[in-house]
Design a protein around this ligand. Structure first.
Ligand SMILES: Nc1ncnc2c1ncn2[C@@H]1O[C@H](COP(=O)(O)OP(=O)(O)OP(=O)(O)O)[C@@H](O)[C@H]1O
Length: 253
């Protein structure tokens, strides 16, 4: 991925080669500015890659589509619509051909219940907490039945306790639905807890995939049981060493 900038061309990513299996949870971790969001935006079709190719189920993807839903760090809910309205809008847009009005209503409510927001259907975004807004964003993404759920630091703006609850919600939903998830995070524990594999990016410019760490922990994963689990500690140590030894922050280096 090369960007044209006022100061000339800027190579953000090189040689990114990654296969994600259906139902796999992948996290992407790396220091600030290494190109995580750029990579996710390319997969989402929001940024057009300057070379290389992306395949989803064997078909090339080069523009946004309902097969890839994105959850951003700062919720992107429409403030004038209710919780219900925000999800319904997406459901109407994507599923009208397949579902009648009643089914779309039921599907909207179902997805909000799935994330624990069934009690707040009529609330507006300003009336609910940050964690609740992220829940609605996740419901909206899930309701579109994407092949891949793309999450750009979805819990980054939340306090630690709310973040933990939402991580658990995501794991429960993923266990139920088998979603394929690509999640960007800065949080090593979050990466180990959630992922089947952790993709570690080298520092930019010209960032690439430095290492990939497999997390061989059985599911369901319970955070309290993991704190002294040898595999948890191994994976955590591997990511920490990558980030703070081999890829020290550019400023520190
Ligand atoms: N549209 C653009 N034009 C020029 N350069 C860009 C553009 N978008 C991103 N970049 C550059 O590409 C690099 C990667 O940016 P990106 O936002 O993907 O990093 P990141 O790893 O997601 O960072 P953070 O963790 O801080 O969110 C940065 O140096 C950034 O300045």
């Amino acid at each position: 991925m090369v960007f044209d900038t006022a100061k000339g061309s800027f190579t953000a990513l090189v040689d990114v080669n990654l296969k994600v299996a259906r139902g796999e949870v992948i996290s992407i971790i790396g220091h600030s500015g290494c190109g995580k969001s750029t990579l996710l935006n390319i997969v989402a079709g929001l940024t057009r890659n300057t070379s290389g190719v992306l395949l989803l189920d064997g078909k090339e993807i080069d523009s946004p589509g309902p097969d890839r839903a994105v959850v951003f760090q700062n919720h992107s809910l429409l403030p004038w619509l209710s919780v219900y309205g925000n999800v319904k809008l997406a459901v109407d847009k994507v599923l009208s051909a397949r579902m009648d009005r009643r089914q779309r209503h039921d599907w909207t409510v179902h997805n909000l219940e799935l994330v624990g927001m069934g009690h707040a259907l009529d609330k507006r975004p300003h009336e609910i907490s940050g964690g609740m807004k992220q829940r609605v964003g996740i419901a909206r993404a899930l309701a579109m039945e994407p092949k891949v759920l793309l999450m750009d630091e979805p819990f980054g703006a939340l306090d630690a306790l709310t973040r933990a609850t939402l991580q658990d919600t995501l794991m429960d939903i993923q266990a139920k639905l088998g979603n394929t998830v690509i999640i960007i995070t800065h949080d090593v524990d979050e990466a180990v807890l959630l992922s089947d594999r952790i993709v570690m990016m080298t520092n930019g410019p010209s960032a690439r995939i430095g290492e990939i760490c497999e997390v061989a922990l059985p599911r369901p994963r319970r955070r309290l049981e993991l704190t002294e689990n040898p595999e948890y500690l191994r994976a955590r140590g591997a990511v920490m060493r990558f980030l703070y030894e081999r890829q020290r922050h550019p400023k520190a280096a």
